[in-house]
Structures are given as C-alpha cells and as structure tokens.
Ligand binder design. Structure first.
Ligand SMILES: Cc1cc2nc3c(=O)[nH]c(=O)nc-3n(C[C@H](O)[C@H](O)[C@H](O)COP(=O)(O)OP(=O)(O)OC[C@H]3O[C@@H](n4cnc5c(N)ncnc54)[C@H](O)[C@@H]3O)c2cc1C
Length: 462
C-alpha cells in the first residue's frame, strides 16, 4: 500500500454519483480548495440497468449539477449542449424533461473533465487519525489492485442507496427473478418466458412494465403487474406539491420531532414513490390501442397485492399473494419476475474504522445537521458530510436531483467557512410551519357557569 500523501486534501468525496459530482463541479475553481472524488467505477455511469429507451428525467433540466446554485457555471447542462453543438436542436425541441441517457452523457462529460474526479478507486476504509487530526481514506485501484491512502480534512459520502428485495421474494432470486436495477443487463434472460410478473409500482416498476409491454419476451406472453400500494398512483406533480422539494421544506422538516419525521416520510409516498403521469399515460394508451385493435391483451394489473412468500420449482416461480383489502390469499405461477422493490440507504463497510466515533441515533442512523454534517464524537475535529443519506432527517428531497446543487453548495459553504455560493433565503410560497415569532393565541376567557340543562331537548339536536 502506498502511504498517504504529505499534503492533505481539504475535502475527499467517496462516490461520484450525481450528488458528489455536483459538489465536485461547484468546488472546481474555488481558490485554494483542494478536493478529490473517488468512485469504484472506471467511468461515470448512472443506473445503467434502467437507461431505457424513451426514459426521461423526472425533474426539469434546470436540476442539472450546478444551475440551481450557480447558473453561470461552466458545468451546466446548457454549457454541455454548447460544447457539443446541440443548443439549437435543444431550443427547438422545447423539452423540460431531457432523456435519461442524455443526462448520463452530460454527467459523464463533467466527471471526465474535472481533474478532481478519479475512477477505478474502491474506497474500503475511512479512519480518523487523531494524532494528525486528519481522515485517512484508503482505496484500492481496481485496474492494478494496488492499495492507496489519501489524507483529508473533511470527507463527504455520496455513495447512493442500494437495491433492496423483501425477504418474501429472496427465495426466488436468480436467473429469472432479479431486481429492476439490473433490468437491461438481464432482460435477455427473460427471452422465451410465457408469463412475466413485475412487482412494485414506483417509477422503475412502471418503466419495466411499459418496456415489457412494448417488447414482450415472447409472442403473446402474459404480463402481470402487482403492487402492494392501494393504486398505480401518479406522482404528486402540482406546483404547490413540488414545494416539498425546496430548501424551505427541508429546513422545516428538520425542525420536527423525530417520531413525526419518521411518520411523515412513508405517508408522503406519492411525492417520491409513485409514477409519472406520462408513464401511466403511455401504459394506458398502449393497453387501449391493443384492446381497440382487437388484440387480446394478456396483461393483468393488480394493486393491493402483498407478496407474502415465494419459491422456485420445475414449473417456474410461485408467488404466495394476499389481497390487502379483501384479505384473500391466492397463488400466482409465473416464469420470471422483475422486482422493482426499491432502494435503501447503505451503511458501508468502509465506515467500520469510524463506527465508534459516529453518534448514531437510536435506530442506528446518522444524525445530520443543517449543513449535512454527521454528528461525530466531540473530540473529532474533522467533518463527515452525507448526500442522499438523510431522508430521515431532511425529508423527501434527499434523493431528489432538484435539490442536489443547493445541498452541494451548502456543504461547500460549510467546508470553506464562507459563502462561496450565495443561497436564497426563501424558496417556497408555502409557509410550512409556524415561526416562533408568531403570536400565541390569547388565553381563553374563563367560561361562565354552565347554563342549566334543558332536560327535554332531543338527543340528536346538534
Ligand atoms: C433508475 C433511477 C432513476 C432516477 N431518476 C431520477 C430523476 O429523474 N429525478 C430525481 O430527482 N431522482 C431520480 N432518481 C433518484 C436519485 O436521484 C438517484 O438515485 C441518484 O443517482 C442518486 O445519486 P447519488 O449520488 O446519491 O448516488 P448514486 O448515483 O447511486 O452514485 C453513488 C456512487 O457511489 C459509488 N460508490 C459506492 N460505494 C463506493 C465505494 N466504497 N468506493 C467508491 N465508490 C463507491 C458508486 O459506484 C456510485 O457511482 C432515480 C433513481 C433511479 C434508481
């Protein structure tokens, strides 16, 4: 292993997904700031298993890596278009929601251009060197197998979330049952299947179902779409609803008591776990066109279905299901299953050397402050920041690309101790909470002694 370099970096980022890339882009050119961002992949890629034809970003292109914090940055999407001579076509296409493939290409251009971004570097350990008051970030170079270490004053974790599969579906994981994160890589394995089941009704489940509907794995294959949710519901996309994805809402959410926050996040599923109206319309129109053309539509769409168990056998996969509202149990036999069952926060092994220095909450989660800084033991002078690991403290905006540039600017301002980026004071029209300066209600006047009861008044008079 090569020893750490003598001069520490001010900030080392672990992971180069959109969020740390945003930070790398905003940090680029900040005078006197030394940064390094490491990712295990050789080059930037963004959910490659879900880069489906026709899939678009769920947020307008202004939610690129920098614009909402620094519209004049050279790393904006518009400048990317200029550099690739595509400004005029973009102007005429009049699209707010750009193709997912193009967004990935844009990010790849930024990551490939920034000298602070380094690929093929799997970070395996993050340790605090109390003597030097610096973090030691250890990583393995994937191409040579060599181990290296770098020193950092501060660290930011941007390692994303991990695909998750519920216990009930684990027994069938294999060649013909896999998480939607690997859909494009494994789609060929579905070839010839006569009956395919998609489980989960978030955006990924909808896109997988649409893709299979457009190109079934075999002629006349039956497609089934099951979800435990009460409906194939649209994502909340009203203008006021979208204000939940503002720094104002994030600020408000942070002030709520932990039990309230923990109750709120799952109850807000339609803000972040539902389906875009456009994808629902595409699915519906395809089903309609098929029905109208007289073709039988071997498609089954069922909400309210909980999969309680599963097993594989010589006849394929059997799912033990229960209709949540009817309470009825039934079984589904299928040849293959795509599990669009979501993503969960990671607690990476690289944190093991630091685990005792982190002030975890009662549920083993980070405590994250307004600057996205993780609470550490008071004697640790260095700072660890997180991006997209603070859903429980900052609310539904945590995984949203629209808040990425703002959060990265907050972190950068905190790291440098000055307002490198001036950030807006007010970002929503909605007042989410009552401010402390709001006058409290006058105390109720003493109520007069109760009037004598009218004994013969009818019981239902009110
Ligand atoms: C298919 C899909 C589409 C989405 N579309 C949208 C959308 O349109 N709009 C929106 O607002 N949100 C969207 N999201 C949600 C969210 O914005 C994305 O998941 C986004 O990629 C999160 O970015 P990230 O930087 O946190 O993590 P990721 O993109 O997951 O990147 C994390 C990076 O960390 C690296 N890494 C992890 N561990 C290590 C390690 N130990 N050492 C080195 N590197 C490591 C990984 O290789 C990876 O490159 C989408 C999510 C999915 C799954």
């Amino acid at each position: 292993m090569t020893g750490p370099q003598a001069t520490p970096h001010d900030l080392v980022g672990v992971g180069i997904g959109p969020f740390n890339l945003s930070l790398a882009a905003l940090a680029d050119g900040v005078p006197g700031l030394s940064t390094l961002f490491l990712d295990e992949k050789p080059a930037f890629s963004w959910h490659p298993g879900m880069l489906l034809d026709g899939a678009t970003l769920q947020v307008p292109f202004l939610a690129d890596l920098v614009t909402l914090a620094d519209p004049v940055s050279p790393w904006s999407y518009l400048n990317y278009l200029r550099e690739h001579d595509r400004l005029f076509p973009f102007y005429f296409t009049e699209r707010l929601h750009i193709p997912r493939r193009e967004y990935e290409h844009y990010c790849r251009w930024v990551a490939g251009s920034l000298p602070a971004c380094r690929g093929s570097a799997h970070v395996d350990a993050l340790a605090w060197d109390a003597g030097r008051e610096l973090f030691e970030v250890c990583f393995t170079d994937a191409s040579t197998g060599e181990r290296h270490a770098v020193l950092a004053r501060d660290v930011v974790l941007g390692i994303g979330t991990a695909p998750t599969v519920p216990d009930a579906l684990r027994p069938v994981l294999g060649e013909r049952a896999f998480h939607s994160a690997g859909f494009l890589d494994r789609r060929a394995g579905l070839s010839g299947a006569r009956d395919v089941t998609v489980i989960g009704s978030g955006q990924s489940g909808a896109e997988v179902f649409l893709d299979l509907l457009r190109t079934p794995p075999s002629e006349g294959a039956r497609l089934r779409w099951l979800t435990a949710s009460p409906a194939f519901a649209p994502m909340e996309y009203s203008k006021l609803g979208l204000e939940h994805f503002t720094p104002d809402y994030t600020r408000y959410f942070r002030t709520l008591p932990e039990p309230t926050r923990d109750r709120l996040v799952p109850s807000q599923w339609q803000l972040h776990k539902a389906i875009s109206q456009e994808t629902i319309a595409q699915i519906y129109d395809l089903l309609y066109d098929r029905a109208a053309s007289g073709a039988s539509t071997p498609a089954v769409l069922m909400p309210n279905i909980e999969v309680a168990g599963s097993h594989s056998g010589p006849d394929g996969i059997e799912l033990v299901c229960r209709h949540v509202e009817q309470g009825r149990e039934f079984r589904v036999r299928t040849d293959a299953a795509v599990l669009a069952t979501g993503y969960v926060p990671r607690r990476p092994a690289l944190l093991d050397p630091l685990a005792d220095l982190i002030d975890w909450d009662e549920r083993g989660r980070y405590r994250v402050d307004a600057d996205y800084r993780v609470a550490l033991r008071p004697d640790v002078a260095g700072r660890v920041y997180v991006q997209n690991a603070e859903l429980h403290t900052h609310g539904v905006g945590a995984p949203d690309l629209g808040l990425g540039a703002h959060r990265a600017a907050v972190i950068l301002n905190s790291v440098t101790g000055r307002a490198v980026y001036r950030l807006p004071q007010r970002t929503a029209f909605t007042d989410f909470g009552v401010s402390e300066s709001e006058p409290e209600p006058e105390p109720e006047p003493e109520s007069p002694s109760p009037a004598p009861e009218v004994l013969d008044a009818p019981a239902h008079a009110r």
